[in-house]
Design a protein around this ligand. Structure first.
Ligand code: HAM
Length: 431
């Protein structure tokens, strides 16, 4: 037997039942984003490798070991499947001078790729909704973006998602802190693990983010960035907190929240749940004022976040969210040459009126077709045999009983079947 080909580990098919649910989720997302004035942008899945190295940082897990990078065999270009969306979005903003006239609020939605060890909530192909605002420097946009999250959890019927907040200050403040951290970790070098020693000079801040329980005590006593923050950074952070308090949003300040990407400054935040095991962050982001310039653009402030779609959908399902989209309105049953030709016309006529039709394909007796009609979940069967075709009529059979109304089929003219169905649908929706 020919061996079967399976999907790549950590890259999942989303089958129709699930995919319909994703469609509904995406609709909610789009209208939520529209209500805050965010506009869609569609970006390539493949970008030049140097984009991610420069944006995310050479000494990060993503760039060091998680990128799907390859050389285009046709022209030798170094390319990478995007591991996240911010870098590509900034590249596009610069490339198309989107900030020339006005600030921009943008969002994207799609696949990202990271070669991580797959487990619940962590995949090698996963989906993000990314939200980015360019050209706003005050803490109001940080707070707006954070509060957008709170509204979405509410719209999706999710609770138990809490907010963690921190500030990373400005590069100069971080440089000072970094020097102190290096000195501190140097003093305790023998306590560091291998990763820690490797990162000691290249990225000591990331040591603070380690999951290694043996290092927690050492980290707890490490010098704090907050002691190096200047008045402006402190005021920005206070501004964000004030806006959150004004909106009644609770949060925890977590000085250890440093994020796994290097482009951030000032505000960083994560929305976290304890219902997903180890992969509890459903949404994360912050400010990245230096990135535009770092990628060759004119300096402009920026702020954004991304949500893990798989994680959110798991949460919604676990909270008992609706999992099935509505079925079609009509299943079209037909038999006989003339009947089938008429049926094809009737189906198109119904669709012209906005009625969803599943046209039976593949022949078979009326009995088998009716079984399929029942199983389809459609509200009506429209049945056309030679008899009906000769009379220019169809048989309309309701498949779902509504209230105490009789569930009887009737013959109606081809030209009025759409009206009959529309009226029944309206009646049903009213009752
Ligand atoms: P991130 O924290 O790397 O940030 O990812 C954001 C979210 O994507 C995570 O909180 C998580 O929900 C989801 N996620 C990440 N990796 C995986 C995975 N392997 N499997 C499933 N879900 C995953 C960023 O990507 C930044 N670009 C966010 C941002 C936008 N910052 C500013 N603007």
């Amino acid at each position: 037997m020919t061996p079967k080909i399976q999907s790549v580990r950590g890259m999942n098919d989303i089958l129709p039942d699930e995919a319909e649910f994703w469609d509904m989720f995406e609709e909610t997302i789009r209208s939520w984003l529209k209500s805050y004035g965010y506009r869609p942008i569609r970006l390539p899945i493949v970008e030049p490798t140097p984009l991610f190295k420069r944006a995310i940082g050479e000494v990060t897990d993503i760039v060091e070991k998680e990128m799907y990078s390859f050389v285009d065999s046709l022209n030798g270009e170094a390319l990478t499947l995007r591991p996240e969306g911010t870098a590509g979005c900034v590249r596009a903003v610069i490339q198309h001078s989107l900030l020339a006239q006005q600030p921009q609020r943008l969002y994207y939605l799609g696949q990202m790729f990271r070669h991580e060890r797959p487990q619940k909530g962590r995949y090698r192909q996963f989906h993000q909704v990314g939200v980015e605002a360019f050209g706003f420097s005050g803490p109001d946009i940080d707070a707006e973006q954070i509060l957008m999250g709170a509204r979405l959890w509410d719209d999706l019927g999710l609770d138990g998602i809490s907010l963690q907040l921190n500030t990373l200050g400005q590069p100069a403040e971080r440089a000072q802190h970094r020097a102190e951290l290096i000195a501190y970790f140097e003093q305790h070098r023998e306590l560091l693990d291998e990763d820690g020693r490797r990162r000691l000079y290249s990225n000591p801040l990331r040591i603070l983010d380690t999951k290694n329980p043996d290092l927690q005590q050492l980290i707890a006593a490490a010098p704090r960035l907050t002691d190096h923050l200047g008045a402006e950074s402190l005021a920005h952070f206070e501004g964000v907190q004030q806006a959150l308090r004004d909106a009644g949003q609770t949060f925890t300040i977590n000085p250890r929240l440093v994020r796994g990407l290097d482009y951030y400054n000032l505000t960083v935040f994560e929305w976290v749940t304890d219902r997903l095991g180890a992969q509890g962050t459903v949404c994360a982001g912050g400010r990245y004022d230096g990135l535009l310039q770092q990628l060759g653009g004119r300096a402009a402030p920026a702020c954004g976040f991304a949500m893990g779609v798989e994680r959110l959908i798991t949460l919604i399902r676990e909270a008992g969210g609706e999992t099935r989209a509505a079925a079609v309105d009509v299943y079209l049953v037909h038999q006989g040459t003339n009947a089938s030709r008429l049926a094809a016309r009737v189906a198109e006529g119904l669709r012209d009126r906005g009625i969803d039709v599943l046209f039976h394909c593949g022949g078979g007796s009326f009995k088998t077709q009716m079984k399929k009609a029942d199983a389809s979940g459609a509200s009506f069967a429209v049945i056309i045999g030679d008899d009906e075709a000769d009379a220019g009529e169809v048989t309309l059979k309701p498949l779902r009983t509504t209230g105490d109304r009789p569930n009887q089929q009737k013959r109606v003219g081809v030209d009025v079947v759409a009206d009959e169905i529309m009226n029944s649908i309206l009646d049903r929706d009213d009752s």
